[in-house]
Design a protein around this ligand. Structure first.
Ligand SMILES: *[C@@H]1O[C@H](CO)[C@@H](O)[C@H](O)[C@H]1NC(C)=O
Ligand SMILES: *[C@@H]1O[C@H](CO)[C@@H](O)[C@H](O)[C@H]1NC(C)=O
Ligand SMILES: *[C@@H]1O[C@H](CO)[C@@H](O)[C@H](O)[C@H]1NC(C)=O
Ligand SMILES: *[C@@H]1O[C@H](CO)[C@@H](O)[C@H](O)[C@H]1NC(C)=O
Ligand SMILES: *[C@@H]1O[C@H](CO)[C@@H](O)[C@H](O)[C@H]1NC(C)=O
Ligand SMILES: *[C@@H]1O[C@H](CO)[C@@H](O)[C@H](O)[C@H]1NC(C)=O
Ligand SMILES: *[C@@H]1O[C@H](CO)[C@@H](O)[C@H](O)[C@H]1NC(C)=O
Length: 368
C-alpha cells in the first residue's frame, strides 16, 4: 500500500494552499463541507466548540429526513461530580444558507494561493449563525432558542507553509474525505456564551483550533483528538478506514508542534508507520507514529462520564448522530529523534472523539 502511494506521488504536481475557504458543491450528492472551531480559555481551561456545515444528500438513497444544514455549540457542563460535554443544536434548510467567498457566490474551488476570505450565514425564524473569516481575523455570532455564542479570533497559526494541511500531498486526490487544519492556535480576542440571556462563560485569553472536513461523508469509523498547551505545544490526529480508489485502507494523520523546542513534525501514511490502539468504551487512544527522523507516542484518555451524547455529523443523507466527544481528556506525548527522547509533554483540556463504529454503544445512525 505504501509502495503504491509512493509511486503515485511521482505523477502528481504538488500544489498547496489554503483549503479553509468553501468548495463548490457538485450537482449531485453525496457531498458535505463542515467547519469546526474549538476555543480553550487559558485563564480557566474552559473550552467551547462551534461546528457548522452543509450536506448535499444522496437523493437516490432515501427520503431526505435528516437536516441538510446544522450548527452545534458544544459546552462543558460541570458539577461536583465532574464535567460533561453538552451540545446545543440548530438545523436549517439549504435555502436558509448563504455562503460567500470574497462577498460572492462560490463558483470555483479554493484558489490555493489566495488568502482565506469567506462568510457563512444560516438563518431561519428560530436560529441564526454567522461566521466570517479573513487572513487575520475570524468572528462568529450564533443565536439559538436559548443560547448564544459570540466571539472573535486573530493571528491564525497555520499547520504548515503554503497552505499545507495534515494530508500533505494526499489532499490533491479526490478522496472521499478530506481533513484540513487551518489554524493550530488562533488567539482568542474575546468570546461570550449565554444561556437564557445570562452570561455563562466569557473570556479574552486563550487559543482556538480551527479545522474543516469535506467530501462524500464521514467514514464508518474514526478517532480524532486535538490539544493546545499554555506553552504553545499543539497536536492534532485523525484517522480510520478510508477508501483510497479501490483500496480500503486504515490511515492516520498526525502533527505535533513545540515552538519552544523548534519541533514541528508530521506523519502521513506515505512517509510513516502509524499504529493505533483505542477503545471507545474505556475512553483512550494510544498512537505510535514512526517517521524518518522523529517518532511520537501519543496517549490520550478521558473519563467516560465526560463524553457527550451522540453528536451530529455529516452523513450521506444529512446530519445524523455519529460521534461522542470529550473536552476533558488529557494527553501524554513523547517525541523521539532517532532513538533519543527529545520532548515529553502532558496536556490537559484536550478534545477526544470516537466516531461511527468506534463509539461505545454506537450511535443511532450506525445501528443496523
Ligand atoms: C424546512 O422547510 C420545510 C418546508 O418549508 C419546513 O416545514 C421545515 O420546518 C424547515 N426546517 C427547518 C429546520 O427550518
Ligand atoms: C474579502 O471579501 C470582502 C467581501 O466580503 C471584500 O470586500 C474584500 O476586499 C476581500 N478581501 C480580500 C483581501 O480579498
Ligand atoms: C478582516 O476582518 C475584520 C473583521 O471584519 C476586519 O476588521 C479586517 O479589516 C479584515 N482584514 C482584512 C485583511 O481584510
Ligand atoms: C429552551 O428553554 C426552555 C425552558 O428551559 C425549554 O423548555 C426548551 O425546550 C428550550 N429549547 C431548546 C431548543 O432547547
Ligand atoms: C505562545 O504564542 C503566543 C502567540 O502565538 C505568544 O504571544 C506567547 O508568548 C507564546 N507563549 C510561550 C510560552 O512561548
Ligand atoms: C528549527 O528547525 C528547522 C528545521 O526543522 C531549522 O531549519 C531551523 O534552523 C531551526 N531553528 C532554530 C532556531 O533552531
Ligand atoms: C501505549 O502504547 C505504548 C507503545 O506501544 C505502550 O508502551 C503502552 O503500554 C501503551 N499503553 C496503553 C495504556 O495501552
Amino acid at each position: 500500500m505504501n509502495f503504491l502511494w509512493l509511486c503515485l506521488s511521482f505523477t502528481i504536481t504538488l500544489t498547496s494552499g489554503n483549503r479553509f475557504d468553501p468548495h463548490v458543491f457538485p450537482k449531485r450528492g453525496p457531498f458535505f463541507e463542515g467547519w469546526y472551531i474549538r476555543l480553550i480559555d487559558s485563564d480557566n481551561g474552559n473550552s467551547i466548540g462551534l461546528l457548522f456545515g452543509q450536506v448535499l444528500p444522496d437523493v437516490s438513497k432515501t427520503v431526505n429526513k435528516y437536516p441538510p444544514v446544522l450548527c452545534s455549540i458544544l459546552v462543558r457542563s460541570c458539577s461536583v461530580t465532574g464535567c460533561r460535554l453538552i451540545s446545543h443544536d440548530a438545523s436549517f434548510n439549504s435555502s436558509d444558507l448563504k455562503v460567500r467567498v470574497k462577498g460572492k457566490p462560490i463558483d470555483k474551488n479554493p484558489d490555493i494561493a489566495s488568502p482565506v476570505n469567506f462568510t457563512w450565514l444560516a438563518k431561519n425564524s428560530a436560529s441564526f449563525v454567522f461566521f466570517q473569516t479573513n487572513v487575520s481575523s475570524s468572528s462568529f455570532r450564533v443565536k439559538f432558542d436559548n443560547v448564544s455564542l459570540d466571539g472573535e479570533l486573530s493571528s491564525p497559526v497555520p499547520w504548515g507553509p503554503d497552505g499545507e494541511g495534515p494530508g500533505g500531498w494526499v489532499d490533491e486526490f479526490p478522496l472521499p474525505l478530506h481533513w484540513f487544519v487551518y489554524s493550530l492556535r488562533s488567539s482568542i480576542v474575546s468570546y461570550k456564551f449565554k444561556k437564557h440571556k445570562e452570561i455563562i462563560f466569557e473570556g479574552r485569553r486563550g487559543f482556538a483550533h480551527m479545522e474543516k472536513n469535506w467530501g462524500k461523508s464521514f467514514p464508518k469509523a474514526w478517532i480524532w483528538s486535538e490539544g493546545i498547551s499554555p506553552n504553545n505545544v499543539t497536536y492534532a490526529v485523525s484517522g480510520g478506514p478510508v477508501q483510497f480508489g479501490p483500496l480500503p485502507i486504515t490511515a492516520y494523520l498526525l502533527g505535533y508542534r513545540n515552538p519552544l523546542k523548534n519541533i514541528s513534525t508530521n506523519f502521513h501514511p506515505y512517509d510513516s508507520y502509524i499504529s493505533a490502539k483505542y477503545d471507545g468504551c474505556r475512553g483512550f487512544i494510544n498512537i505510535t507514529a514512526k517517521g524518518l527522523l522523529h517518532s511520537v507516542e501519543l496517549f490520550v484518555t478521558a473519563e467516560m462520564s465526560s463524553f457527550s451524547r451522540c453528536l451530529y455529523g455529516p452523513e450521506t443523507q444529512g446530519f445524523r448522530q455519529v460521534c461522542k466527544e470529550s473536552y476533558d481528556a488529557s494527553a501524554t506525548i513523547s517525541v523521539y529523534k532517532f532513538k533519543a527522547l527529545i520532548d515529553k509533554q502532558f496536556l490537559s483540556n484536550v478534545a477526544l472523539e470516537f466516531g461511527g463504529e468506534n463509539v461505545c454503544g454506537g450511535c443511532m445512525s450506525h445501528k443496523p
